[in-house]
Design a protein around this ligand. Structure first.
Ligand code: NAD
Length: 466
């Protein structure tokens, strides 16, 4: 079964609960437009050919939004599957975007930075000229194998092709700050997942249902993948929640420490050496696939799709799975895990923090002003006025050190994180309400909520409804 088939089965499952007609379900599942391009780039006096795709799953709200993946495993089916996940994801967190995704079949590690720049610019030129990238229609972001660097190159390409577009910076998100990026975007997906976990632990009935220990810090955590999502999540959990992360996996193996890995030391080591193989921080095992089978309380796949399939599902020994990656559990494995009472918080909700903060970045770009720029000092003055008033009325004098701690107007990162937390917590509660009402799994309830929201845009007399 392909990745797209898997996603479609999840959609069908919940659409039937909502009593959607078969033709409506077919329409919702379908990719609305798709482009395949071949890009030729001269490298070392030889033309190298690269194949890429950009899929638009939905455009009921524009622009359509979704990451750009660079991997040798990229293909059309995966791109369509990932684009469809974006549609459902944006609906869950009330982000006014359609769903899209793109990818280039390439192993970026085989090319220099200069070569990657040329390849990215050639790829972006094709997509822009065919109407598959623009601030109003379709906005990429980083995904596996790409980062703010690639986004910056795409933005530069767009700017040179469309200099008259005053909103050119909004043609991609996840850019460097100096190029119109937003503080907090790089960490947003990981931080958003931390908010999901925090919200889970505020619901003691759910914690009890999953048989987790009452406090987050008392549960053992295993994370697969130490890329953008995995490393930022681990850092937040370790520093803000005192979490015990007993194992971290990468494609060459995994690091294990039953007392918990020191994530700050690992991050420092990884940045320098590009590997998690550090014998001082734990024991390193060369079998990457065994990580997912480790006994733990919370399992977080944060690498790639199909980490848990019918082949290894019986070996899973966790209480809850939190899907940080897109599509890490196959449909059949999901059924088996449900039978065993292992709760799964699904990708279309869990990793939505990235697109939430991307939305803030896009709004910043088209409104041409940094969040907090206008009101920060005003807020500070108001808090100071209040302290002075209290001092006056109570005939006291607040310590200047205390004042400097309290008087803090919200800056861009504060506001982005506040909006992120609000989005993740609201969605959790909306899903939980549905779960209690329909008495189905967390995933079925999440798709149910998403489809319920999307349905409003689909009509029998043409799509999209304008
Ligand atoms: P990334 O490229 O930064 O990191 C992926 C990591 O997974 C790499 O470190 C890689 O070495 C590792 N990996 C690959 N194969 C592995 C294996 N078999 N076992 C263990 N580790 C393996 O990518 P990312 O941005 O962190 O994305 C990870 C997942 O999260 C993907 O599914 C992506 O679609 C999803 N996601 C990312 C974002 C985002 O903002 N970056 C947002 C939403 C969802």
């Amino acid at each position: 079964m392909s990745f797209k088939d898997n996603v479609d089965l999840y959609v069908e499952q919940s659409a039937k609960l909502l009593k959607f007609s078969d033709d409506l379900i077919d329409h919702i599942k379908s990719t609305h437009s798709l482009i395949k391009v071949n890009v030729g780039v001269e490298i070392d006096k030889k033309i190298h050919n690269f194949t890429g795709w950009r899929a638009v799953h939905s455009e009921h709200i524009l622009p359509s939004k979704g990451g750009m993946r660079y991997s040798i495993n990229v293909d059309q089916d995966d791109t369509e599957a990932l684009a469809s996940l974006m549609t459902y994801k944006c609906a869950i967190v009330d982000i006014p975007f359609g769903g899209s995704k793109g990818g280039l079949k390439i192993n970026p590690k085989n090319y220099t930075e200069q070569q990657l720049r040329l390849i990215t610019k050639a790829f972006a030129t094709k997509l822009i000229n065919k109407g598959f990238i623009s601030p109003a229609i379709n906005v990429p972001a980083p995904d596996v194998g790409t980062s703010e660097k690639e986004m910056d190159w795409i933005k530069d390409t767009y700017k040179s092709l469309r200099p008259e577009d005053i909103n050119y910076r909004g043609c991609v998100t996840g850019k460097p700050i100096h190029s119109g990026g937003i503080n907090g975007r790089k960490e947003a997906t990981g931080r958003g997942i931390e908010e999901v976990i925090r919200e889970l632990f505020r619901h003691k009935d759910v914690v009890k249902e999953t048989k987790l220990k009452n406090e987050l810090k008392d549960n053992s955590i295993v994370i697969q993948g130490f890329g953008n999502v995995g490393s930022n999540l681990a850092e937040h959990l370790y520093n803000r929640d005192n979490a015990k992360i007993i194992a971290i996996g990468e494609s060459n193996g995994y690091l294990y420490n039953k007392n918990g890995i020191n994530i700050n030391s690992l991050n420092k080591f990884y940045k320098k050496n590009k590997t998690i193989k550090n014998k001082k921080l734990g024991k390193f095992y060369n079998q990457p696939n065994e990580l997912i089978e480790l006994e733990c309380d919370i399992l977080i796949p944060a690498a790639l799709e199909n980490a848990i399939t019918i082949k290894n599902v019986k070996k899973i020994k966790t209480k809850i799975i939190i899907e940080a990656a897109n599509g890490p559990v196959s449909f059949e494995a999901d059924k088996e895990l449900n039978k065993r009472g292992i709760m799964i918080l699904p990708d279309i909700y869990v990793n939505a923090g990235g697109v939430v903060v991307s939305y803030f970045e896009w709004v910043k770009n088209i409104s041409h002003i940094r969040f907090g720029r206008v009101e920060k000092r005003f807020q500070e003055r108001k808090i100071l006025d209040l302290i002075n008033l209290i001092d006056q009325k109570t005939n006291t004098k607040t310590n200047p050190e205390v004042i400097s701690k309290i008087v803090h107007g919200a800056n861009e990162e504060d506001l982005a994180y506040s909006g992120l937390e609000d989005s993740m917590r609201n969605a959790f509660n909306e899903i939980l309400e549905i779960k209690k009402r329909i008495k189905r799994s967390f995933r079925e309830s999440t798709y149910y909520l998403s489809l319920q929201k999307i349905r409003k845009f689909y009509t029998s007399d043409g799509f999209p409804k304008r």
